[in-house]
Design a binder for this molecule. Structure first.
Ligand code: ATP
Ligand code: MG
Length: 878
């Protein structure tokens, strides 16, 4: 059975058990400060388990893209070395939200594995939670009894909290679980060692494939467990491991999920997979990592220097480094793999194939940048070689850390290069540096969250902000969040007009007003589907009724900017082409910013056309067409393009301004009529990343003020030029006049210089066969001073020339000697000028025949000629 069929059978099986099959959520998490990436099938459904929101179906099944590279679940270091942990993997899951519980869940999983997939029962083991005293939890007798009716009792193993109590993170939903393990060893191997002893012991052929979690508890910040409002089932089966078991392979990488990638990499590298452990690991690392990289980028996360973007950058660099070191890939290579991957996954996760060109470009650019960094790091290592030699052939911790931190060299790469050169690395020193950095960043970002204080259980928030700006409300729950220098409160209301920051639109600000007080709302944020009102203080009476009021003026500017963003998006696609995809946006009360995929700079003429189209739409006063609850299929028929990486429900909100022109799925707040936007003005166009451009624009009053400021400037220029029409013509003429005058001036000065030269030459004093000219002169630039000196040299023999001049308020001296004086009489212009410069409190130097000096005291210039005469007389005597 191939992997596509295996996946489909899973979904069909649970559909036949009345499960709704839903698509995978995007892998990048947007509105949850506790989670960067989906790390398990249940993560997208967190709100249903916590009771923040009712589940749309009681039973759901899906395959979910997961990433385990950070936070509580981090398998990154295993990947490539073992054969069954991946960075990105698919988790097949079935869920019950307060519906069926342990019996159905375990019986169905057994039925699917043994009857549909026909895995031999004598290769399967199951585990049950044995209880935990410290948590005050009993053994899971129910699960044990259910298994006993289906499987030989000696194949049921008892497991500790570590293996059989599942938690998504440090806080949140959790519960006991029951795992299913498969033994894929040969009969011979199985006869020698009992498989039971290998379960949960990191054996590559005795692995966990499925986990049935029985969600019953919520872990609070203080570590305690409270019962959830209802009991749920959350199961997760590793798709790649299941394929290994069904296809009878000994490694996930030997299945058809990975083989096309493995073979491609091996061919590129000119090696055979399976012949050498070192190159095999590198090939596995690359084949694994490209999936994580490509799908997170396709879901809208660009590699960057912080947070989720940095995680992606690190995975990409890990892949590049393995290729660089073990497969001799010295040029970008990862990006080429995306094509193989896109073909392979187009039927389940079409988002990659649809954006292939874009994803490739982003990856190639990242690879190039990192390869350059690698090269610089290698140079840095070379430069430090002597230092390491003096250090007893040891690379110290500080330098190893510098290589890691600045050049992206992980310790093992540094160690590898060190070994080639006969050095070792001070690993303890490195660890100390690393720890220090971690402490620094931990201190900078540490926040502490108290548990929720719940005033009204089971009340979910009604958002009324599309229709009203003010509403009566009560507090449902609140908590305190303490940071390093500040403390704030997060308040949840039963009804609110406050829009929480999302989809690029900033959160509302405003007030909660009761009879006795007024509390300012500083911002509004989202945590999954909870709307959090951020305040600096808590109302004295939290049970009071409040009038919740947003800052209406601010919101009105935000609405205009948001609607203008939609018009801009449509205009961009019209002018630049349909390849334009939204890659990020920011809408606040001041500006709007729109990032989109496009490969070249947007030309001035195109920008103007885009701006014009938007302003046409504004002038057409197109009314808003808003559909709050449209089935997603209908919305797509209407022409709405869904954004990649955005999580949509089955019913969506559609915002259209003229269906022919702009139709978008959007949760933001908008104008009722495009006329409200008033005027749209683009203020900048720039590049933000490979293949991503950014346009910033303003609307309404800000646009008016911008234009007015430009006109004021123009007006001022007109005043100065004293002209009412053709300003640029007047400026051009001014420039031409200026140029002509400059030329005249130059000619005039040259003429003057020439007569000055003649006069000086005539005035030369004869001293012992030397023609001495020492004078204070009047020239306008140091260039002229130099020219004068060189011209004098042409017309006077045996010349000692000393010129003193004040140029732009500063004293300067030039000394020029005929070559024969330098050679025969051992005279030196540099020495002379330094001596003379004392008169002007300065210094200088140059060549033996020509030297100059500058100084601070222009009054001293008058003394220079006399001193020069003295100097020359002394030299003659000597
Ligand atoms: P393991 O102990 O093997 O790391 P786990 O206990 O972390 O597994 P769960 O969190 O229970 O696994 O996830 C459910 C299923 O997802 C597992 O049974 C396994 O099949 C699969 N799985 C977990 N982590 C990975 C991974 N990094 N790569 C591939 N599959 C995984
Ligand atoms: Mg694990």
């Amino acid at each position: 059975m191939n992997s596509a069929e295996i996946r489909q059978q899973f979904l069909d099986f649970f559909a036949s058990k009345q499960h709704q099959v839903v698509p995978s959520a995007p892998i990048v998490v947007k509105d949850d400060p506790t989670l960067m990436f989906i790390n398990s099938g249940m993560a997208p459904f967190k709100d249903y388990f916590l009771g923040n929101k009712p589940a749309p179906y009681k039973r759901i099944a899906d395959t979910q893209k997961c990433l385990r590279v950070s936070g509580k679940h981090n398998d990154l270091e295993e990947v490539g070395y073992d054969t069954y942990h991946h960075t990105m993997f698919e988790m097949l899951g079935n869920w019950s939200f307060g519906d069926y519980f342990k019996k159905d869940a375990l019986e169905w999983s057994w039925e699917l594995l043994t009857q549909v997939y026909k895995l031999p029962k004598d290769r399967l083991y199951v585990s049950v939670f044995q209880g935990d005293k410290s948590e005050n939890l009993p053994m899971d007798q129910d699960a044990y009894d259910i298994w006993k009716s289906m499987i030989a009792e000696d194949r049921i193993l008892m497991g500790s909290k570590k293996d059989n109590f599942w938690e998504m993170g440090d806080t949140g939903p959790c519960g006991p679980c029951s795992e299913i393990h498969v033994d894929l060893r040969t009969d011979e191997e199985r006869a020698q060692v009992d498989g039971k002893t290998l379960v949960n012991n990191d054996h590559p052929q005795v692995v966990e494939i499925w986990n049935n979690v029985f969600m019953e508890f919520n872990r609070l910040a203080d570590g305690s467990l409270v019962k959830l409002p209802a009991q749920h089932v959350d199961t997760g089966m590793g798709f790649e491991r299941l394929c290994m078991a069904i296809q009878g392979k000994r490694s996930n990488y030997d299945t058809d999920v990975f083989q096309p990638l493995i073979q491609y990499v091996a061919k590129e590298a000119g090696v055979t997979y399976g012949e050498n452990e070192k190159t095999d690991i590198a090939i596995r690392v690359i084949s694994d990592h490209i999936r994580a990289i490509a799908f997170t980028i396709a879901d809208g996360q660009l590699p960057s220097n912080n947070k989720a973007g940095y995680v992606i950058r690190r995975i990409l660099r890990r892949a590049v480094r393995y290729g660089f070191t073990f497969l001799d890939f010295k040029k970008p290579f990862l990006y080429k793999l995306t094509e193989v991957l896109a073909e392979q996954t187009a039927h389940v996760f079409p988002e990659l194939k649809q954006q292939l060109g874009f994803v490739q470009r982003v990856i190639e650019e990242e690879e190039n940048a990192f390869l350059r960094t690698l090269e610089n790091g290698l140079k840095r290592l070379d430069a430090l070689e002597d230092k390491f030699k003096q250090n007893g052939n040891v690379i110290d911790g500080k330098n190893a850390f510098e290589l890691y931190d600045t050049f992206g060299f992980p310790l093992d790469l540094t160690a590898l290069i060190a070994r080639e050169k006969g050095f070792t690395v001070d690993e303890a020193g490195f660890a100390t540096e690393m720890e220090q950095q971690k402490n620094r960043s931990r201190n900078a970002s540490a926040t502490e969250q108290s548990d929720w204080v719940i005033l009204k259980p089971d009340v979910t928030t009604e958002f009324v902000g599309y229709d009203c700006n003010v509403v009566d409300s009560h507090i449902v729950r609140y908590r305190q969040v303490k940071g390093k220098n500040k403390s704030e409160y997060q308040i949840v209301l039963d009804r609110t007009p406050f829009y929480a920051e999302s989809g690029g639109q900033v959160g509302d600000t405003g007030y909660l007003i009761s009879d006795s007080e007024q509390v300012e709302v500083l911002d509004t944020k989202k945590e999954n589907d909870l709307i959090l009102h951020i305040t600096a203080k808590l109302p004295q009476n939290v049970e009071a009724g409040f009038s919740s009021e947003i800052d209406i003026e601010r919101r009105n500017y935000i609405r205009k900017n948001h609607s203008a963003t939609h018009l801009l998006h449509a205009a961009l696609r019209k002018v630049l082409g349909e390849h334009v995809q939204q890659k990020g946006s920011l809408v606040n009360e001041k500006v709007l910013r729109f990032d989109f995929s496009h490969f070249a700079k947007v030309e001035e003429a195109q920008l103007r056309e885009i701006e014009h189209i938007v302003n046409e739409r504004v002038r057409q006063s197109i009314p808003l067409e808003e559909q709050r609850n449209m089935p997603i299929a209908e919305a797509k028929d209407m022409g709405a393009t869904a954004l990649f990486g955005e999580k949509y429900g089955e019913y969506v909100r559609v915002i259209a301004f003229d269906r022919e022109h702009s139709v978008e799925l959007c949760g933001g707040t908008h104008v009722y009529n495009t006329g409200e936007i008033g005027y749209f003005k683009i203020v900048s166009e720039s590049s933000v990343a490979a293949g991503v451009r950014r346009i910033e624009a303003i609307t309404a009053k800000a646009a008016e003020e911008f234009v007015q400021a430009q006109l004021d400037e123009l007006h001022a220029v007109r005043e100065v030029l004293n002209t009412q029409s053709n300003v640029s013509g007047a400026v051009e003429k001014l420039q031409e006049d200026n140029k002509a005058l400059q030329k005249q001036l130059e000619q005039f000065e040259l003429k003057q210089l020439s007569s000055l030269k003649d006069a000086l030459a005539k005035n030369a004093q004869q001293l012992d066969g030397i023609n001495l000219v020492a004078e204070k002169v009047d020239v306008s630039s140091s260039d002229y001073l130099k020219k004068l000196a060189f011209d004098m040299r042409q017309v006077v023999d045996n010349l000692v020339l000393v010129l003193a001049a004040e140029i732009d308020g500063k004293p300067q001296i030039a000394v020029m000697l005929s070559d024969n004086l330098v050679q025969d009489k051992n005279m030196n212009a540099s020495q002379m000028v330094r001596e003379l410069a004392k008169e002007i409190k300065g210094g200088g130097g140059g060549q033996p025949f020509y030297a100059t000096a500058g100084g601070k005291d222009a009054a001293g210039l008058n003394a220079v000629p006399g001193k020069a005469v003295e100097l020359v007389k002394q030299m003659i005597k000597a």
